[in-house]
Ligand binder design. Sequence first.
Ligand SMILES: C[S@@+](CC[C@H](N)C(=O)[O-])C[C@H]1O[C@@H](n2cnc3c(N)ncnc32)[C@H](O)[C@@H]1O
Length: 274
Amino acid sequence: MSVPTHGNYHGYYLKRPSVTDPRLALLPENTFSGKRVLDIGCNAGWVTCEIAQSRGAHKVVGVDIDDTLIRAAWKRRQVVWSLQKPQSSQSNEDNDLMDFEDLTRNASMEVTHLQADYFPASLQHSFGPLPIPPSKIRGKHAFPHNVSFRTADWVTEEIVEDANGYDVVIAFSISKWIHINGGDGGLRAFFRRVYSVLEPGGVFILEPQEWDTYKKAKRLNESLRNSAQTLELRPSDFESILGDIGFSPACHLGTTGDGGFRRTVDLYVKRHVT
Ligand SMILES: C[S@@+](CC[C@H](N)C(=O)[O-])C[C@H]1O[C@@H](n2cnc3c(N)ncnc32)[C@H](O)[C@@H]1O
C-alpha cells in the first residue's frame, strides 16, 4: 500500500471501531435533522453513514481524496443497510397504499425507531449484503438513498453537490493533512471554501489534530517534512482565522477518543451578513 500522505489510512475504522461514533454524541441533538450535510475526508464512510442512517439528515455527501476509500464507503453503505432492522411486514404492506409524502414521513419516523445493529455482521459476511430497494419505494431522503460519496481533493476541486450548498459541514481529523500538504495557504483556502458552501447560519464542525501529532506525519516522506517546516500557523490559531473569515467564536463541545485519537470537537456558525 502506498504511503498515506493525506491521512488516507485504509482500515482506519478498525482502529476507531464503534457502531456510534463518540464525536457525534458531543453534538447538539438536532444538528443533522432535515439538513444537507457534507463530510470532508469521509474515509470509508462510517461516520457519513451513521449521520445518514440515525441522525435524520435529509442528504449526506461524503468526499475523500482517495478513490479506494470511496469505493469502500459505497460498500459500507450497503453493509449498514444490511445490518439494520427491516421494516415490519405490516408497514411494507401499508407502503403499497401510501403516497410519496407518507413514505417520506414514514422513513423519518423510522429513523427514531431503527435498530442499526439488528443482524450480526457475520450474516452479511457469509451471505452477502441485502439488496437496496429503489428510492421510489423508500423515499430519497431515507437511508440509504440519502447518502452518496465522491472522490475529490475538496480543497481544490468542486463536487456537483457544492452548488446547492450545505447546512452542516464536518471536518473530522483532516485539518492536519490539509495543512501539511497545502501549507498555511492551503489551510486558509480550505476554511474559506467551507465558509463559501455553507448557508448563512450553517454549522462547521471541526475536529483539529493537535500540533504535536504533526511530528508523526512529517516522518512519512521528505516532501511532507519540507512542507511542515514552512508552517507558521498552529491549530490554536484556527479559531481566529475562522473568525476573520466570518464564523462565530468556537463552541468547544468537548473532547473524546482514546490515546492518539483524543481530540476536541469545535462548532462554528456561519454568521449572517448584516
Ligand atoms: C485521518 S482520516 C479521518 C477520517 C474521518 N474524517 C474520521 O475522522 O473518521 C482523514 C481523511 O481525509 C482524507 N483527505 C485528506 N485530504 C483530503 C482532501 N484534500 N480532500 C478530500 N479528502 C481528504 C483522507 O484520504 C482520509 O481518508
